[in-house]
Design a protein around this ligand. Structure first.
Ligand code: OAD
Length: 229
């Protein structure tokens, strides 16, 4: 079985009704990263940070996977597929993809603010001030904040290095180290970028651009890959 990697970002969930970060209506246009997405922000104003992620979590609980997520899940039947996602939502899971690595954490989990291995599932419920982990400290979102290590990077590296086909979808490729991973796909015979706003002169060497939204491009692209396999 050929090995296929999907490397996804916020754009794959845009048509489900989740805001991206860096588009003109994106989250980082409305919030300062330094106020809500760093360990320093959590130390200074935990209520503000919890509220920011509580809003994200509750929104994610309301929306559904779109045709992009759903078509990507069909790849599991024909390829050894891994979805390496920068997204904290669970829409790839809910669409049916089986092997998913979350580089930036998962919104449906909380973890101890002192012991990063003390993780629990919370679904779409809020995390409140005073809500403690099993080890007795304040809970925080199980999210990788700016300035923190990306533990899943080490797991992602060999998977992307050995893939035969790479589909990059819905990411501005701005955030490192995640974005650097795509350059390790040196064995891939086919490398495709799906994005409605990128132009061919902006994409990395060796990639083919399929310009369009995830939900409009991925169903056809996936059918083509399944037929050609
Ligand atoms: P960005 O918001 O930086 O980029 C979103 C990309 O999706 C852009 O290239 C858009 O053109 C594209 N896009 C928009 N609508 C789309 C659609 N319908 N279909 C396909 N693509 C579409 O989001 P990311 O690259 O995911 O990290 O951002 C990376 C990281 O920055 C996030 O994981 C998050 C953020 O800060 C942390 O919070 C640690």
């Amino acid at each position: 079985m050929k090995k296929l990697v999907v490397f996804s970002g916020a754009g794959v969930s845009a048509e489900s009704g989740i805001q991206t970060f860096r588009d003109s209506d994106g989250l980082w246009e409305q919030h300062n990263i330094e106020d809500v997405a760093t360990p320093e922000a959590f130390a200074k104003n935990p209520a503000l940070v919890l509220d920011f992620y509580n809003q994200r979590r509750s929104r994610i609980g309301e929306v559904q996977p779109n045709e992009g997520h759903k078509s990507l899940a069909l790849l599991d039947s024909a390829f050894e597929t891994t979805v390496i996602t920068q997204n904290i939502d669970d829409l790839h899971e809910r669409a049916g993809s089986k092997n998913i690595l979350h580089l930036h954490g998962e919104i449906t989990k909380a973890r101890c603010s002192k012991n990063s291995n003390d993780i629990q599932s919370i679904g779409y419920k809020n995390i409140e001030i005073g809500q403690l982990s099993k080890s007795g400290h304040q809970l925080r979102p199980h999210i990788v904040w700016f300035g923190e290590a990306v533990p899943a990077y080490e797991d992602a590296l060999p998977i992307i290095s050995n893939c035969d086909i790479l589909i990059v979808v819905g990411t501005s490729l701005n955030v490192y180290p995640a974005a650097g991973l795509i350059h390790y796909a040196t064995k891939a015979e086919q490398k495709i970028i799906v994005d409605p706003n990128m132009n061919s002169n902006e994409i990395p060497d060796g990639f083919e651009l399929k310009k369009g939204s995830a939900a409009s491009v991925l169903p056809n692209l996936v059918q083509q890959l399944l037929k050609a396999n």
